[in-house]
Design a protein around this ligand. Structure first.
Ligand code: ASP
Length: 481
């Protein structure tokens, strides 16, 4: 039970309790505050479902008791914000509602204060919202979020994140924030750039991931780092991607690949067992399949290994390991499968160079993905901690030594000062929570998501800015017709 807090504003000076708790106050006078969910007029009585963060409670206005009050109550419309005082009592026999926790009780109102009136919402808030067009849901997201399904999604999301924080903190991981204004890290997508006012013609890049920072934190001696990190990738619309998304970013020093995968597995297993006891993890330990095997068997590196694909409570986790280091990109050029800091499975720079000359596509890497029900929900790798090898990989990718110095000189230099062997992983949280909540796309588990083409319809972003702002940033906009 949540203890009541004293409200001192308005005409009221009693204790506000939550609607879900009225059962604990049978026969007592209480105060409730919240939104009018539904109003029903029945045999002269007015019934209101009053909604607050804990759910709904039925409140009753009886014209025989308080005529003035009843007249006031007749004005009430859905989504008005009110505060009431009244006495809790049992509902008459046969009128109970077993679907809600407060369903055996109701509050007979003696005082009503209308805090704010409300326009009629543009769509129904009491449904699950799937019948409402997404554009209008996004434009009025603050109303859309009032519906029970979205309230539940975000409250569960908070629990998942808290679980992760507690789990890792107990295991002596340090939560460290890394910059949003930084330098581009090559994760294979386009960067979001931020022009610098103080350094004309120069730009920050929003992190595609905190990859370089977390590796530098290993050089700095933290050994166990994590962050609930926001990552930004300027990609074209593809399915349910978002321009910004949340990942659990973690990195460990002196740990083997198996230790990193075991820790990840223990985290996901205990999280599901504690927070989603109705879900069934199909195989424990999670199967570990090499890239070669998975491609041979399923022709996909993220197979859906559920036995019953219609069962939303089945969770088939799998690790795919030993990805190739390099791949041919769409334009025919050679690129890295993960990122260039990933450690190739070679013993020395010489072995790397020989193998690369022979056939770059045959080099495997210490790289792994975590796959769940056909979705890639995370990826990571052991890292190169030898600056000569890192330099060789960058050059193999076609960068001149000068270019490598310019873009990654800071990493190469840092590795000259005593770098521990290290590796990590970064599971994406939006998609994981989407699966846990049985939602069809990640927008349902993000408070303020963007549309497929990257717009925030509620705030109207991106938007034009003043000439003055552009001037300060040393920018000129070329208007396209
Ligand atoms: N930085 C990688 C990513 O965001 C994850 C990792 O290698 O730890 O995919």
């Amino acid at each position: 039970m949540i203890l009541p807090i004293t409200t001192v504003c308005g005409k009221f000076n009693t204790m506000r309790i939550l609607s879900g708790d009225i059962g604990n106050f049978d026969g007592k006078e209480v105060e409730l505050a919240g939104w009018v969910n539904v109003r029903r007029d029945h045999g002269g009585l007015i019934f209101i479902d009053l909604r607050d963060r804990s759910g709904v409670a039925q409140i009753v206005f009886n014209p025989k008791k308080e005529e003035k009050l009843h007249e006031q109550a007749e004005k009430l419309r859905p989504e008005w914000v009110i505060r009431i005082r009244g006495t809790v009592g049992r509902r008459p026999k046969g009128m109970e509602n077993p679907k809600i926790p407060s369903g055996e009780y109701e509050v007979s109102v003696s005082n009503l204060e209308i805090l704010t009136e409300a326009k009629t919402p543009p769509f129904n808030l009491s449904s699950d919202g799937t019948e409402v067009g997404e554009e209008v849901r996004m434009k009025y997201r603050y109303l859309d979020l009032r519906r029970a399904r979205l309230q539940r999604n975000l409250r569960e999301r908070a629990k998942v994140i808290k679980f992760i924080r507690d789990f890792l903190s107990e295991r002596k991981f340090v939560e460290i924030e890394t910059p949003i204004l930084g330098k581009s890290t090559p994760e294979g997508a386009r960067d979001y750039l931020v022009p610098s006012r103080l350094n004309s013609g120069k730009f920050y890049a929003l992190p595609q991931s905190p990859q370089q920072y977390k590796q530098l934190l290993m050089v700095a001696g933290f050994e166990r780092y994590f962050q609930i990190a926001r990552a930004f990738r300027d990609e074209d619309t593809r399915g349910d991607r978002q321009p910004e998304f949340t990942q659990l970013d973690l990195e460990m020093s002196f740990a083997s690949q198996d230790e990193i995968l075991n820790l990840t597995e223990e985290l996901f297993t205990t999280l599901v067992e504690k927070l989603y006891p109705d879900k069934k993890i199909l195989k424990k330990p999670f199967p570990r399949i090499t890239y070669e095997e998975v491609m041979k068997e399923y022709n996909s590196d993220r197979p859906d290994l559920r036995e019953d694909k219609k069962d939303p409570d089945e969770l088939a986790f799998t690790f795919i390991v030993d990805f190739p280091m390099f791949e041919k990109k769409d334009d025919g050029s050679l690129g890295v499968v993960h990122h260039p800091f990933t450690k190739p499975q070679v013993e020395s720079v010489e072995e790397f160079e020989t193998a690369f000359k022979k056939n770059p596509l045959s080099i495997s890497a210490y790289q792994y993905d975590l796959v769940l029900n056909g979705y890639e929900i995370g990826g990571g790798s052991m890292r190169i901690h030898n600056s000569a090898l890192l330099q060789a990989v960058f050059e193999a990718l076609g960068n001149s030594p000068e270019k490598v110095q310019e873009n990654f000189g800071h990493m190469l230099e840092a590795f000259e000062y005593g770098v521990p062997p290290h590796g990590g992983i970064a599971p994406g949280l939006d998609r994981f929570i989407m699966i846990l909540q049985n939602e069809p796309n990640i927008r349902e588990v993000i408070a303020f998501p963007k549309t497929g083409d990257g717009r925030d319809l509620m705030m109207d972003a991106p938007s034009e800015v003043d000439e003055k702002q552009l001037k300060e940033l040393h920018l000129k906009v070329k208007k396209e017709k």
